[in-house]
Design a protein around this ligand. Structure first.
Ligand code: GLA
Length: 747
């Protein structure tokens, strides 16, 4: 019934019948229908259709479940004028609406022509299919401006869209707003909107509300992806969409600078999502012959509910986005990290790090990471950023003896860097004050006693690559934790092309927003090309830089500085809506936590096992019993790591709605499943609720391997259908109890 409703909801783009029998070619990723001026894009279980209407405007025609290869939707037709207040241009679901005749909803593009014309009317010019990619070219009716729209289909069930704005004339255009795409959903009622917001120490908070008439704007103005909001959206239908079923339209952007996603519900009940560069303080001068490309905006549709939407994004990230080494389809699972930050902060020496490394190795850690404090005059956060030389006071013989010892203990070595920042108290700043982001006649504002370097400058970019390359070349470093601990202020750049110290040009200087991010990407790409085995974690005071742009070139993410086991569940629950568990690094740390909470060690471990397990506790203070328990739990995690990090995630019970909270992961080949079960607090002596598993084979038999045999006393071999329909009973009692259950499919 749910699916039938979903199908009806999806097809109301067009008022006529959906399945028009007609012979068409065998189903492929891109299926052009030239005689109908239509293009059918198939991605996994989704189809997306665009077409050119009688006025030559490109329209969105369909976004929903996969159409049969005989399915044709009605040809594009602009909507009639409803009243004099609505030009058809404003109500017709345009694929890439430019500010022009009659557009009042959100536009994807706004450009000023050299002759003063501030409008555009983009009409279809040509289309080209290359493999699984479609390019449609639109041309303005008056000005020498073309817009190339790109569509890349992915078999996981996602379509990436982006645009390239090309100036084919001689004069310069000024771009005020350039989105990657506008996604039109079927007109209708009863939509719900979900999005992620946050703060330092509380990233990835999931919001859900009915989609209301008007606009909901999620954005970053911080210069980076930001803690405040994450570039992901999801739209479902009230009374239909749940975690397990129902229609979901969802998407996320690949851009690590200022971004914006506007989710709009027009008065005519048309949902539209427009996203790309943030128009805030934006300007791009498009010289004659030049092009501006927008970031990729990925989106998908499923009728499998919010859970399936997350699983599709996870598969996309594992197979298409994250860096891979060698021929494997997925990147290799994450090693278990020990990071010394919470244990020592900057107060350490090589000797104290070695003491931690020795304990970490005993517990089963595979990668030892020294965090902030190893360079320059870095004893606290007032000084040193920018001076990336090893501090002799802490490492009299350099890093080599520590790295050698870490290797001898069977681990590889990683180190913390924050390349885009400088402390005014640093040799770098004393030498190059002009490298800091600035308006020369205005005071800088410091955050955490540091300034932003202006990475848009070619000299800063070159310096950055050189010292990173030297650090990695001269030391056996497997991993960088790449941090970014403040947001932008004073975003001036009077050396920008088109500006100068004597004739500053504010519009030209705004190129800083794009150039700084492009150069960041270039530096990472060059570094990885030169050091192909190097792995990188994206961190920004926790989860301030998580998006598909940075994930194309980094291997994992530090989602939050908040490692409290209770808070962390909310953060991780939100994180997994949009990103794969493989990237979600989670450390077990000491108690009392940031929230002054005392939580047993096993509970902290089981929470951290929801992603890429790591340890950040001060192991030199651990009792023998805690070390033994840590070693046991780390060993257990290794037996399920690939399933947790790369399997299909079923969020069985949400921490947001109270007790209990449960995550289940099913290996891609179905051979293993893992249940992580948590109880926050015991009430009324009630038993732990029966847990019904999901996503396993009902006809298969599974051998059950409990982490704690006393907490699962059921039968050892159980059928998939019993596990899913009757469920399993666990003996979780008291406050902060936890356990795990592994299901191994029998042949
Ligand atoms: C940020 C990171 C932390 C740690 C500190 C070091 O806050 O999020 O994990 O690396 O910087 O200064």
């Amino acid at each position: 019934m749910l699916k039938a409703l979903a199908a009806v909801a999806c097809c109301s783009f067009v008022s006529l019948g959906l399945f028009v029998p007609s012979p068409v070619s065998a189903q492929t990723a891109v299926r052009p229908q030239p005689d109908r001026q239509q293009w059918y894009l198939n991605a996994g279980k989704m189809t997306y259709v665009v077409g050119v209407n009688e006025q030559g405007i490109l329209q969105s025609l369909y976004w929903g479940p996969k159409l049969s290869d005989r399915g044709l939707v009605p040809v594009a037709k602009s909507l009639p004028e409803r009243a004099s207040q609505y030009a058809p241009a404003a109500t017709t679901p345009q694929e890439y609406p430019a500010f022009g005749a009659g557009i009042f909803p959100e536009t994807a593009l706004k450009v000023n022509s050299p002759n003063g014309d501030r409008t555009l009317i983009l009409k279809y010019e040509s289309a080209k299919v290359t493999g699984s990619q479609l390019e449609i070219v639109l041309k303005d009716t008056q000005e020498p401006l073309r817009v190339h729209l790109y569509y890349q289909t992915f078999p996981e069930g996602v379509l990436a869209r982006w645009s390239r704005i090309e100036n084919t004339g001689k004069g310069s255009f000024g771009i005020e707003n350039a989105a990657s795409a506008t996604w039109n959903l079927p007109a209708g009622t009863g939509y719900t909107h979900r999005w992620l917001t946050g703060m330092w120490g509380g990233e990835f908070q999931l919001n859900e509300e009915p989609l209301k008439t008007g606009k909901s704007v999620q954005e970053s103005r911080t210069g980076h992806t930001s803690h405040e909001a994450n570039p992901w959206f999801s739209i479902g239908k009230e009374e239909q969409t749940t975690e397990e079923a129902g229609p979901v339209w969802f998407g996320e952007l690949g851009w690590s600078g200022n971004w914006q996603i506007v989710t709009e519900y027009t008065s005519l009940r048309q949902p539209r999502v427009t996203g790309g560069y943030n128009p805030f303080d934006f300007h791009w001068t498009l010289a004659g012959g030049a092009s501006l490309e927008t970031p990729k905006f990925y989106a998908g549709y499923t009728d499998g509910g919010d859970g399936e939407a997350s699983r599709i994004l996870s598969q996309l990230q594992l197979r298409e986005i994250l860096p891979k080494r060698g021929e494997a389809r997925e990147p290799k699972p994450r090693p278990i990290i020990y990071n010394s930050w919470e244990a020592t902060e900057m107060n350490f020496t090589g000797e104290t790090q070695i003491a931690l490394a020795e304990r970490a190795a005993k517990v089963g850690v595979e990668r030892f990471v020294i965090d902030d404090g190893w360079f320059g005059k870095r004893d606290d956060d007032h000084a040193g950023l920018g001076d990336w030389t090893i501090t002799p006071k802490k490492f009299p013989q350099g890093l080599k003896p520590v790295i050698d010892r870490v290797h001898a203990l069977g681990m590889d070595f990683g180190i913390w860097v924050e390349p885009e920042m400088v402390n005014p108290d640093s040799d770098l700043y004393r030498q190059h004050p002009e490298w800091a982001m600035q308006f020369p006649n205005r005071e800088h504002s410091e955050e955490r006693h540091q300034l932003m370097l202006n990475l848009a400058r070619p000299d800063v970019k070159e310096w950055m690559f050189n010292w990173l390359d030297k650090l990695v070349s001269e030391n056996d470093i497997a991993f960088l934790k790449w941090d970014y601990n403040r947001i932008w202020s004073e975003p001036g750049w009077n050396m920008a092309p088109g500006s100068s110290p004597t004739h500053p040009n504010p519009d030209a200087e705004k190129a800083i927003y794009l150039e700084a991010v492009r150069n960041l990407y270039d530096v990472i790409d060059q570094l990885r090309a030169k050091h192909p085995k190097l792995e990188i974690e994206s961190c920004s005071s926790g989860g301030g830089r998580v998006d598909l742009g940075i994930l194309e070139r980094t291997d994992e993410v530090w989602p939050s500085d908040n490692t409290d086991a209770l808070d962390r569940q909310d953060i991780q629950f939100g994180y997994t809506q949009a990103y794969t568990s493989q990237t979600m690094v989670a450390w077990v740390t000491d108690v009392p936590s940031m929230d002054h909470r005392m939580v047993p060690l096993q509970y902290r471990f089981v929470v951290a096992m929801q992603g890429a397990l790591g340890i950040g506790a001060n192991l030199t203070k651990f009792s023998d019993a805690d070390l033994a328990l840590s070693a046991k739990l780390t060993e257990f995690y290794k037996t399920v790591r690939t399933t947790v990090q790369q399997g299909r995630l079923y969020r069985l019970a949400s921490p947001l709605t109270g007790d209990p909270s449960q995550m289940e992961y099913v290996a891609e080949d179905g051979s293993q499943a893992v249940l992580l079960a948590l109880q926050h607090s015991q009430r009324l002596r009630l038993p732990y609720p029966t847990v019904r598993l999901r996503g396993i084979d009902p006809d298969a038999m599974y051998r059950l391997r409990p982490l704690d045999p006393e907490k699962y006393t059921g039968e050892e071999v159980v059928s998939g259908s019993v596990l899913m329909d009757a469920g399993v009973n666990l003996k979780l009692e008291g406050d902060y109890d936890s356990t795990a259950l592994v299901l191994e499919r029998l042949p």
